[in-house]
Design a protein around this ligand. Sequence first.
Ligand code: GLU
Length: 604
Amino acid sequence: MPRDTPLLRYLQALHADLAAIDGGAVADYIPALASADPGTFGISIVTVNGTKYSVGDSDHAFTIQSVSKPFVYGMALTDRGVDDVRHRVGVEPTGDAFNSIRVDEESNRPFNPLVNTGAIVTTGLVRGDTEAAQWQRIVDGFESFTGRTLEVDEVVYASEAATGDRNRAIAYLMRNLGMLEGDPETILRLYFRQCSLLVTTDDLAVAAATLASGGRNPITGRRALDERLNEHILSVMQTCGMYDAAGAWAVDVGFPSKSGVSGAVVGVLPGQAGIAVYSPPLDGCGNSLRGIEVCRRLAGDFGLHPHRDRGHPAGVVRGAYRGGEARSTQTRTAAEYACIEAHGDDLTVVEVQGLVRFAEAEFLVGFVVDDPTRSRVVVLDGHRALLVDDHLLPMFAELADLLTAAGRTLVLAGFDAPGIPSGFDRLAMSFAQVDDAIEWWEDAVLATHFTGVGADVARPVTEQELLHGLAGDDLDAVLGALTYGALEPGAHLAREGKPADAVFFLLAGQVSVRLGTSLAPGSARVAAFGGGVAVGELALLEGGVRSASLVADTRVEFATLTVEDFTRISGERPTVRAVVMGNLARSLALRLRRANDRIRVLDR
Ligand code: GLU
């Protein structure tokens, strides 16, 4: 049962509407084609995400005919290389009928691979030592596009082989002109068989969606064609795909397409979808009447003409913030935070989103260069970027150099989508996540500017913010209840789900708060704490069980105060409870304020 969506309903209505179109003529120059039912009408669309929409006779099998030509052209380009193929088949539109015998008089080359002269030469270029091997190559090639096993309509094949004198003449002429190697009869058999492959609109929509996906089949996930050759094919389809109606088509519809005499039309919306229509009655140019109308309507109703202005490059910058506005998840002491905030303008984080193509890259680079704050460190946060065009690597390399020359540093963080070219993260210092980059910057600021005790120096427990204001016997009572310990990296200080029965005062080293059982660096980290900070302190408020695990990142020294001891001391000395709870409330309020800052920054 197909998913009921607005697009499916649209296609059903379109199909019902266009089924009423009369006229046109079913091709009969190949006798077996004449028996096609003029009422058969199927439409399929497959998106680059692999979602399929089918209406009407979308599973009716018909012979592929000329729609095979761009695909076999792709196979020849793959097997022989662009130069070798271009030497024998041009890429110029003709304005002639598909079976015209005219060739480029200067070079003797057929004009393009989508007219019969060019297509027959192209078929001859497909690799294989024997006819059987060449045929297998062609079938395998098609099946990589359709993702399904294909068969030949032997009746149509025999019918065309018996009557295809004009194509036979073309093959011999091509050999005479030096464009065709090998036995014309063998190549004609391959060509007629290729035209007689049985497909449905569902198959052709998958094949077209593969062309729309840069040559990668969106259903099987396998590459059918090299990306650059894929562009090559689409360009030829754009200029030569619709017989001698290619010019009007380019104006009215615009997207690359190919039609065939059996009544098929395929259209390619690069980066979006593949379209296939089948309806046998043809117009005077040999294009399916309903097929053309479906494409025209889709192009008009959904704005599919490829030359429409779709640029909004400014959208590439989602937002930007300074180092003082959003801290890393590394928790610091109040004095350290004050130092970081005082140097906030030293860091700018630019959030990059969506597709980064030429215009977006130009905007993004300008945004960084023109930023009046001229932060010493600029982090590009790429975790919302979907794609960076690989041609733009030099532009980003140049940006890194430009900033370096100005005493500034470019940092990349979180660029890990499938559309990010390999090597991008080597253009500048890079981090897996923006949080790591901010933490790195904070550490650098503290190393340069912080005058207090660093996190690597063990601090006396009396410096703990939670114990501020305790003195005399009260302080001694708490200190007397502490037990001291140390942990090696990777060891647990507390585990998620276990009773929260103690607070830990970190004296040296670093502990991170992690959710779940993963120890993967960074991935599950919620926060990190260093010397001078208390962790697990919510145990004093609510007891219950730990909501996260505490894991030593480095060797950690700590002091433990159990909830039981704290309750006992509080019973004897009510001021201890009052002072500690006051400190706890203050520290939670500060943490809440920082969390709110972060949410505000990330939300705008
Ligand atoms: N097999 C057909 C021929 O070469 C294909 C024609 C077409 O679809 O344009 O005559």
